[in-house]
Design a protein around this ligand. Structure first.
Ligand code: UD1
Ligand code: UDP
Length: 387
């Protein structure tokens, strides 16, 4: 019996490891699974834990309002030391490129416990974009013994860095497992649509506005990247303001990240005066978010995970970043980079709204990030690697 410790701390990590928790739990005779959350996020993490019914064995509960990277890192490093000394796992699994994953990998390294890195090998090769995520994933890659790459491209990045092929497996992204799980849930439960519409109404958006007879369309927006804080977000807000005035028949819905640096520019640009077709709402529970993404016409975001999910649902994505580590959908033409440039955002959104041929080209459903079976591959490979 091998003791596997899965550590995560933010909303996207939780979404992407939730199906992995379920997969490990299918084999209780083979694995003792221990889950630990750092609590780098709180409300946004708890929403996911509740949805997937995950009750962590350890919770470092480190989140404090607006704390900087140093404090987040120091609190995780100290907290994980105690957890690892007590739990003594055979392997620690971390996910992606957050402070939680890198500092946990460092903690495990200090205890000489092997680390497995899920979603390994994504690269922009620019350490300031995204910041600090690009450095986080490079460092985690150096510390990890085993690498679960979502795509061939990410495997190649690792091979170029000298990592042995024997220690890498291409699995697909576990986030696509989570997405398919939720899409199926929505499809198979006829009462769920009404429930989610009600939740969205409470959150501040009325999905009835999108009834076919209304001909209204939905542009779904999210943003949270640190490198966009300040002027970048101000330009994004000004662009959204222009677009919402120009397209009265389009609803612009922006579930706001809880980071105060994301909310301040919205207040600065809009104050209390908001166009009636522009909705700033609280962060949505994953189920409601996927439901809304399915209803959307297109997505405008700087998120990593949404760049993977939206193309699988056939939704064009404009990415408010200058560079991306997710090149697969960029190459397939379903994603375009617009940075935080006012002109680019307004012209590319307008083009998608006005030019149906262009929209058709960008809205073909592709799934370069996975087939929904990534977790099966992770779990079966772990048994080969740690005997
Ligand atoms: C973090 C990750 C980023 C990931 C993102 C996903 C790092 C350095 N950044 O960025 O890679 O893409 O999560 O969303 O690891 N807050 C709350 N409640 C919450 C969550 C956040 O109030 O549930 C507020 C707090 O004031 C917190 C702040 O947001 O201090 C920033 O959170 P933090 O985890 O440091 O950074 P994110 O921008 O969320
Ligand atoms: N998401 C969510 N509710 C929201 C916004 C996003 O559940 O209000 C989900 C989204 O579907 C994706 C993940 O959160 O799975 C992305 O999180 P985020 O953009 O914060 O982080 P990133 O992927 O950039 O690390």
């Amino acid at each position: 019996m091998k003791k596997i410790m899965l550590v995560f701390g933010t909303r996207p990590e939780a979404i992407k490891v939730a199906p992995l928790v379920k997969e490990f739990q299918k084999y209780p005779e083979q694995f003792e699974l221990v889950t630990c959350v750092t609590g780098q996020h709180r409300e946004m993490l708890d929403q996911v834990l509740q949805l997937f019914d995950i009750k962590p064995d350890y919770d470092l509960n480190i989140m404090k309002q607006g704390q900087d990277l140093v404090e987040v890192s120091a609190r995780i490093l100290l907290g994980m030391r105690d957890v690892l000394v007590q739990a003594k796992p055979d392997i620690v699994l971390v996910h992606g490129d957050t402070t939680t994953s890198t500092i946990t990998a460092l903690s495990a390294f200090y205890q000489q416990i092997p680390v497995g890195h899920i979603e390994a090998g994504l690269r922009t090769h620019n350490i300031y974009s995204p910041w600090p995520e690009e450095m986080n994933r490079q460092l985690t890659g150096r510390m990890a013994s085993y690498h679960f790459s979502p795509t061939l491209l990410s495997q190649q990045n690792l091979l170029r860095e000298g990592i042995r092929n024997d220690n890498i497996i291409v699995t697909g992204n576990t986030g696509i497992d989570a997405l398919y799980m939720i899409v199926d849930k929505i499809k198979n439960d006829s009462s769920l649509g009404a429930k989610l519409s009600k939740e969205l109404r409470i959150a501040g958006y009325e999905t009835d506005r999108l009834s076919p007879s209304s001909a209204r369309r939905l542009v779904l927006i999210t943003g949270h990247r640190r490198e966009n804080f300040g002027e970048g977000f101000i330009r994004i807000c000004k662009a959204i303001n222009f677009l919402s005035e120009r397209y009265a028949m389009v609803d612009f819905v922006y579930p706001m990240h809880l980071n105060p640096n994301v909310r301040a520019p919205i207040q600065t640009v809009f104050g209390r005066k908001r166009p009636s077709n522009l909705f700033f709402i609280e962060p949505l529970e994953y189920l409601s978010f996927v439901y809304l993404m399915e209803k959307s016409f297109m997505v405008l975001t700087d998120s990593g995970g949404i760049q993977e999910e939206a193309p699988s649902l056939g939704k064009p994505v404009l990415v408010m970043r200058d560079i991306t580590e997710r090149l697969e959908s960029l190459k397939a033409g379903t994603v375009r980079l617009v940075g935080t440039d006012y002109e680019k955002i307004t012209s590319e959104v307008s083009k998608l709204l006005d030019d149906s041929e262009h929209y058709q080209e960008m809205s073909k459903a592709i799934s370069p990030y996975g087939d929904g079976k990534a977790c099966e591959r992770v779990v079966s490979q772990i048994s080969n690697w740690i005997r």
